[in-house]
Design a protein. Sequence first.
Lengths: 170, 132
Amino acid sequence: MTHSVRRLTRCAVLTALALAISVCEGLVPLSVLIPLPGLRLGLANLVTVYALCRLSGRDALGILVSRCLLGAVVGGNLTALAFSLSGGLLALGTMWLLLRVPGLSLFGVCIAGAAAHNTGQILAAMGVLASPAIAIYLAPLLAASVLTGAVTGAASILLVRRVPFDEGKP
Amino acid sequence: MRSSAADRTRPTPLDGLVVLAVLAAAAAIFYFFRPVSGNFLTARIVLDNELVAELPLSDLTEPVTLEVPGVRYPITVEGENGRVRVLHSDCPSQDCVHTGWVSRSGGQIVCLPNRLVITVTGGAAEADAVTG
């Protein structure tokens, strides 16, 4: 009972945090600096990485889906839901797998996550716009994801180390 | 603790491999989807298997529109430097209009109700004059 309440509140707090981060990030779009459609730092991914490392895959999935749904409600944009969900789910799956690979650090995990996120978004765009030629946008986005992924990777290393959840205590 | 990755503070050689893989994927996508850099792009407008018009897209300096003659549903093709689209069509499906601009060699716009196909060809030096 206490355990499930703790788990629920953790996930709720992290969902609120992820939502706030992605809204804030939307206010200061990175595409002002680099004109590339779909480019963003992906700071909300930090929450996913944190949940994957410190909670569980199930919790991370719940947080991600809640964040995307709430984000679509807040932003009032249903097409954006398809983009954020496809990108987020692909990133989550990729990072979940890579966290099981020995010898990787969170840098590599986050870079792969950022690349997967961009790939998912472009796949959604290809579906929505029914035009495979959009894939050309993926090339610069993938190259940029090495940088954005390294930034979020460095941030997630600090976050995961400094904020441990006390798993043992009830 | 679920993963050893969470304990590391420095990049590992395997991270470099991830970076290389991502960059290789970017390069591969760029290579496969790059616009064919033909200096002589031509839009061939074919109606019922007959060539009715050719637009030398690369030679256009300003947009031109063309009403395709002899079609069932009136259709207007717009060409400008390096690209072509169906500006307007009275056909029921509107797929040709939704295709939008085509600017790559090998690209196609199809208007099935009109049995009209616009093909962009290029690369070779076939910069002929406009035919109407």
